[in-house]
Design a protein. Structure first.
Length: 366
């Protein structure tokens, strides 16, 4: 009975964090607009770098603990950071004009994309049942994306869907999937400290983000004058602090921007850490179950004005069909495929986690 209570408590906390993370992300990028899209990407990465650095230094100088892994594969970790950084940049540029309902379904494309990339580069051919589940997920996500473009009334919807923004968001999922396949390859060949990997990924992402800032000079992605980018970054800092810029095209900012930014950072980082706890205690099966159950709740929250205010989106019959198809595909994969059964039977003590942040069931800094 106690074990069941623990299982459901962990599941409930992770689902709540996952839903809050997705909703806050949608609201934050809409409040800051595409003008500050890459700035937000850089600002959140900077905060995480600071936190991860404190954890690494604390482990080294105060706990006198080592990560217990092999010598870090620096080039591989930097490559993973490049995948992550490119994906984050594409996602940041696409977010302001990709409806939240479409975002949540496109995120599930990671599963079929990972299967496809693992087959192409790691020679891991997916089973027939897994392929059917992946095909259903792709079909449902495509229905949602097309519905957003065909049925949305820009005067009534909080987010104006643009086809190139949705494509950028899709491209981001391709890079995130490539990152996961590369991580699988690296972790499969040696023991790597997850915290160190997280830090290297963030630093690489942060540096790449600065290199990609001129992309916002493209008219479709904001049309910013490259010479004005330093001012945009400075204005982004002011907006994060609740102060508006008088520059043309700058959004009106207030303390609400500050509150949403730091709320997102806190929830996103907590979601990451709690995800590690869940994998450590409950295994990969629990993590997958939480992701599946979080999706319909996320869809529901984004359609409830009393919870998300002016960011509430209309819910069409097409969304219900897309959601049913996606969840059907996910269930086919999770409960009937060879890969899904293997994930559910994975041992609770994940080798990737036990070498890093977590030890003996408690969160540590070593």
């Amino acid at each position: 009975m106690a074990a069941d209570a623990t299982y459901w408590a962990m599941l409930a906390v992770l689902i709540a964090l996952t839903v809050a993370d997705a909703v806050l992300c949608t609201i934050m990028f809409d409040m800051f607009t595409e003008r500050y899209a890459i700035f937000l990407n850089q600002a959140t990465a900077f905060v995480y770098i600071v936190v991860a650095s404190v954890l690494l230094l604390g482990r080294r100088f105060f706990l006198d603990a080592s990560h217990g892994g092999d010598r870090p594969p620096w080039l591989a970790l930097i490559a993973i950071g490049l995948f992550n950084g490119t994906g984050n940049t594409a996602q940041a540029l696409g977010l302001p004009h990709t409806p939240g309902l479409t975002q949540s379904l496109l995120n599930l494309l990671n599963l079929p994309l990972v299967l496809l990339l693992a087959w192409a580069f790691l020679r891991k051919r997916p089973s027939a049942v897994a392929s059917i589940g992946a095909a259903l997920i792709v079909a449902g996500a495509a229905c949602s994306a097309l519905r957003s473009l065909w049925q949305s009334d820009s005067a009534a919807e909080p987010v104006e869907p643009l086809w190139y923004a949705i494509v950028l968001y899709l491209v981001a999922q391709v890079f995130f999937s490539g990152e996961r396949v590369f991580e699988e390859h690296v972790f499969g060949s040696r023991r790597v400290d997850p915290l160190l990997m997280f830090w290297v990924t963030l630093v690489t992402q942060f540096c790449l983000g600065w290199a990609l800032l001129p992309i916002q000079a493209v008219r479709a992605l904001g049309g910013l004058d490259p010479a004005a980018l330093p001012d945009v970054i400075a204005d982004g800092v002011l907006c994060t602090l609740g102060r508006s810029s008088h520059a043309p095209g700058a959004p009106a900012c207030s303390l609400a921007n500050t509150a949403v930014f730091f709320a997102y950072v806190a929830v996103d980082f907590s979601c990451y850490l709690w995800g590690l706890v869940v994998i450590r205690r409950g295994g990969a099966g629990l993590m997958t179950a939480a992701s599946t159950l979080a999706l319909p709740l996320q869809q529901l929250v984004l359609c409830l004005p009393f919870l998300v205010g002016k960011w509430a989106e209309s819910f069409f019959a097409g969304d219900a069909v897309a959601l049913a198809v996606v969840l059907g595909g996910f269930c086919v994969f999770q409960f009937w495929s060879r890969e899904g059964r293997a994930a559910r039977r994975a041992p609770p003590r994940d080798a990737l986690i036990s070498d890093g942040l977590l030890a003996d069931g408690r969160l540590t800094i070593g």
